[in-house]
Design a protein around this ligand. Structure first.
Ligand code: OOB
Length: 546
């Protein structure tokens, strides 16, 4: 069967173009325009290294020429697994120049996730660091390459840093050949790429066995960033500190990195998410905006309250990715002397922001409202019928930057979307008369551990590979620190393995470390609901209250 990517209809596309949302410009071409407009301004800061817009533009050409030399071109998928370093952006824009498609992997992903991404995307290359967070990514890539075998799509591994003595690994430094002439195959028009093409593939938090890929076009993703730029009123004075992983949609385009570059501002990358590292960069670089997940908020608040930092430049702190407790929202602003902005977004599209001039109660107790006037939001009951404002229901959405189908996932797409193209978010929300949404729960089988999403099924499948475990259910339960933590309820013939042993087993299976259950609880059997599904609510209720 031939596969077709589900996408917007001709009529919708025409409407989004007419509204000015889709501007028909690729990211490769946008970087040229930015360089022409703000050539001498600083675009990017990583430690002691800085790039002006003109330098970033030239660097993108160099990297593109190197990648082109490896045979990478328009439409080719390349898995990018890099930590928060400038190279992430150099590679990203280099790929855009070629019309190639970065696949945003997370730094914590391991053999199972990376192997899956390479297979589903049919990736021709991976770009990884040598080592990061005491982990050797070259070793990971050797395993992935061996698993792919000679018939696999993977042809190149590019290593930022020391490639080691593996002959097959290409050092990133060697890619940066001198800039080609403007008439070469690598020019601002992204090697012929069209703005309606897929520009990047994001990862879904996932509810099924393995993460799904989300195709984002140049047109839709640029609009995602621009709509956020407008709400957040970014301009050339904006200095954005990237604290969360760059591959995360929140950090990259809400408005994040892309929004800041569109506005002519400066992106500063933070090598770790600690408030000490962050505040030192705020002082040194005059950071005006940053974004955090909820578990970081108490640390950033305490460190600011302890005093000694000059946070005068910082004006807005965004928080999103998971539910922010209302009292944390209330203390954050005064402690840092900033405006707080809640962000309820998803890699699939829809972004909700509280507005900078919203009254405190809306800022602290809601998760914002859609950024685009053309975002369509429905809140529906179990039968798919819209519920009145104020009543909880599932959030369905479609619009100018929300996907119409996951990449190469036709079967999943049949249930993940309504027949008229709404994405079923799996989030349970209440909508207020103002249009603000309050996230009250979730019907998807996912655990949101402080912003990091864990698909229960994926972990359950792996738990069953442990010789002692005969049945397993992964359940999210409220947690002081993470908002939610994961508990594995396991059925075993003998003694159940402890959390450490389970973590070691899952690691051995190649699963990212953050997916390991926080707790393992042995049960005699898994309770079932009336329709015969595992009753996860009953399991969670059965836990002793802390
Ligand atoms: C962001 O994106 P994803 O794709 O990692 O996760 C999306 C899911 C949402 O469907 C929702 O379940 C949850 O994460 N979520 C929130 C939330 N923000 C996201 N739940 C409660 N309160 C919030 N503020 O997480 C993401 C993408 C772009 C911007 C911000 C977050």
């Amino acid at each position: 069967m031939t596969e077709t990517q589900r996408t917007w209809s001709e009529a919708e596309s025409a409407r989004y173009r007419a509204a000015g949302h889709w501007q028909g410009v690729t990211f490769g071409a946008r970087l040229r325009t930015w360089a022409a407009a703000h050539g001498g301004r600083v675009a990017l800061v990583d430690g002691d290294r800085r790039w002006t817009y003109a330098e970033l533009d030239t660097e993108a050409d160099r990297v593109a020429a190197g990648l082109h030399g490896l045979g990478i071109g328009r439409g080719d998928r390349v898995v990018v697994q890099l930590p928060n370093r400038a190279e992430f952006l150099l590679v990203w824009f280099g790929l855009q120049r070629l019309g190639a498609v970065p696949v945003h992997a997370m730094p914590g992903h391991r053999r199972r996730e990376i192997g899956h991404l390479v297979r589903v995307a049919g990736a021709v290359a991976c770009v990884v660091p040598d080592r990061h967070a005491r982990f050797d990514h070259r070793e990971l890539m050797r395993e992935v390459r061996a698993e792919q075998g000679p018939g696999g799509s993977l042809r190149h591994v590019v290593v930022v840093g020391d490639p080691g003595n593996d002959e097959g690994f290409v050092p990133f430094a060697a890619l940066r050949t001198p800039a080609p002439s403007a008439s070469g195959p690598v020019s601002g028009d992204a090697g012929g790429a069209d703005a309606a093409d897929v520009a990047l593939l994001l990862l879904s938090g996932g509810t099924t066995g393995l993460p799904k890929l989300i195709p984002r076009t140049h047109d839709d993703y640029a609009y995602n960033a621009r709509a956020c730029v407008e709400v957040c009123a970014l301009d050339a004075r904006t200095v954005y500190l990237a604290v969360l992983p760059l591959g995360f949609n929140f950090t990259f385009a809400c408005p994040g990195v892309l929004g800041t570059l569109m506005a002519g501002g400066t992106v500063v990358v933070a090598p770790d998410p600690s408030p000490q590292t962050g505040y030192a960069l705020v002082e040194r670089e005059g950071v005006t905006l940053t974004s955090l997940t909820p578990p970081l908020v108490p640390h950033w608040t305490q460190e600011a309250a302890a005093g000694g930092w000059d946070l005068g430049s910082l004006s807005v702190v965004q928080v999103g990715g998971a539910r922010l407790p209302e009292d944390h929202a209330r203390t954050l602003g005064p402690a840092l002397g900033v405006t707080v902005q809640q962000v309820f977004g998803m890699a699939e599209g829809l972004i909700n922001l509280t507005r900078l001039d919203d009254p405190e109660d809306l800022v602290c107790a809601t998760q914002g409202r859609p950024v685009s006037p053309d975002d369509e939001v429905l809140v529906v009951d179990a039968d798919g019928r819209p519920v009145p404002d104020g009543t909880a229901g599932e959030l369905l959405t479609r619009g100018p930057y929300t996907l119409r189908g996951y990449y190469r996932a036709e079967e999943h797409n049949r249930t993940a979307f309504t027949p008229d193209g709404y994405y079923r978010s799996g989030d349970v929300v209440r909508r207020l008369a103002s249009g603000h949404l309050v996230v009250v729960g979730r019907i998807k089988d996912q655990i949101n551990r402080g912003g990091e999403k864990v698909a229960a099924v994926e972990v359950e499948e792996q738990l069953l590979t442990h010789p002692a475990i005969t049945a397993a259910a992964l359940v999210g339960v409220p947690d002081e620190r993470w908002g939610e933590r994961s508990v594995a309820f396991v059925v075993c013939a003998g003694t159940a393995p402890g959390a450490r042993e389970v973590a070691a087993h899952l690691k051995e299976r190649g699963l990212a470390g953050y997916k390991a259950p926080d707790e393992v609880v042995q049960v005699p059997g898994l309770p079932l609901t009336a329709v015969g599904k595992v009753d996860k609510a009953a399991l969670a209720r059965g836990l002793p209250r802390p």
